[in-house]
Design a binder for this molecule. Sequence first.
Ligand code: ZN
Length: 474
Amino acid sequence: MRWIAPWLVLVSGTVVAQGPQLPEQDRALSRQIFKEFIEINSQDSNGSVTAVAEAARKDLLAAGFAPEDLILAGPNDRKKNLVVRYHGAAGSTLKPILIIGHIDVVEARKEDWTTDPYQFVEKDGYFYGRGTQDMKDSDAIAVESFIRMKREGWVPKRDIVLAMTADEEGGASNGVDWLLRNRPELMQAEYVLNPDSGGVELRDGHATAMGVEATEKTYADFKLTASNPGGHSSLPRADNAIYELMHALEKLEAHPFPIEVNPVTRAELTEEAKIGATDRAKLIAGVLATPPDAKAVAEFVQSPTDNALVRTTCVATMLAGGHAPNALPGTATANVNCRILPGHSQEQTRQELIRLFDDPKLKVEYMADDGKISPTAPTRESLAPPPPLQQVFDPLRAVTAEMWPGIPVIPIMEPGASDSIYMMLAGMPSYGVNGVAIDYNDQRMHGCDERVRVESFYRGVEFYYLFLKALSKP
Ligand SMILES: [Zn+2]
C-alpha cells in the first residue's frame, strides 16, 4: 500500500512539468513494460506472479543482462520471484543497494470497473488498470531504469539489486520473506528502497512534498480468552466470562501505551511544524520538548492520526461469547489488534497487555498472519529507526530539487505495514521512495478504476533513473 501523511497537502509547491524530461526512447520503453505488466493478471486467486517475473526476465535478457544475474525463485509455479543484479565497479567491496517491489496485485472484479482491470487503457490523461498505482508502475520504472543504465554503460559504485516479489497484498507466499529465508545471499544490502510507500503528492496539479517512509509499525493480533464454569443464568456468579473480558477491555481503553518519539517521527513533526500554522507548530513544540509538555500531549493525541504517530496502539476489534440466552457464558473471546512502534517486539507488547489486565485467569495468546494461535509471540524487536541515512537523503534531496523545485523531503513513519518490515527485521534500513506523483484526492490503490496520471508516470521514470544514478555515482 501507499500511504501519505494527510498534512502534506498543506504545503504548496511547483507544477508537474518542470525539471529534466524523459527522452522519447525511454518514454516508449517504459510504457511498453508498464503495459506488459498490467496486462498480466497476478492476483492471488487466479493470476500468476511468475508470469510477471518471467516477462521482466525476458525484457532484461533482451537488454543484455546475463542469465545468471536474473534469478527466478519461489515456493511454487505461480509464486516465483525475480532477483536482478546490476553489477557495480569491479573489485568494489561496498554492499549493494536493494530495491524491492511486489508484482502481485489486489483482486480486481471486472464487473466493478468501467474498464477491464487487466487491459492497459490510456484515456483522459490517465493510465487505467489494476496495479497502475500499486505498484506495477514502480516495477516497470525499476526495470526500465536498469535497461537504460545498461544501455548507457553506467557503472555504479556498488551492485544494485532488484527483487520483484510475490504476495505482498495477500496469499501465503510472501516473496520478500521467502527470499530472506531461502536465498538470503541475494538479499544482503547496505540499505533497501521500496517504492511501495512514500511518494510525491499532488494537489491541483501541484507537487506539495516528497514523503519518504523511513520506518513503520509492526502488526500483531492477540486473542483474549476468558473461561469459567458457566451455569444457569438464574444464578449469576462473580466469575462471568463476559464480565471478566469486559473488565480487561476497559483497562485497555483507559490506559493507552506510553508516548514515544523516535528519530523519524521527530524529523517528521519538526518538518510539519516548519510549514504548518502557528498553533500547530506550538502544539508540536510542546510534544517534542524534553520532558514533553503534558497539556500539549493530551491535546495532540485527540487526533487518531497524531495519536498513532507517537505510541503503540492496541484496540479491541472482534468480540464473541456465550452459547445460550439462558446460560452463564463459559467462554468469551476478543481480538486485540496492535500496531507496535519500532524498537519493540510483539512478545514485549503481549507482556505489557498481561501486566495491564492483571488477571492470571485471562489467556492472552498471539495470532499469526495465517490464523495460527501460539501461547507466546515472536520476540524479535523491529529495528529502532536510525536517523535517516545521509547517503540516501542527500542525493534524494538533490534529485527532488531538480524535478520538483521547492518541495520538502520529509521522512515519515507509516502506521500501516509494507514488505519493508521484513527487511527492517533483517536489520537493513529501508526507505519508501517513490517519484510517481499521486493526487491527494485520487488514491485508488486497491479500489476500482485504479489509475495514474500519464505524465506522473513518465516523471516517475525519470526520477528513479536520476535517483539511482545519484546514489551509485562512483
Ligand atoms: Zn503495494
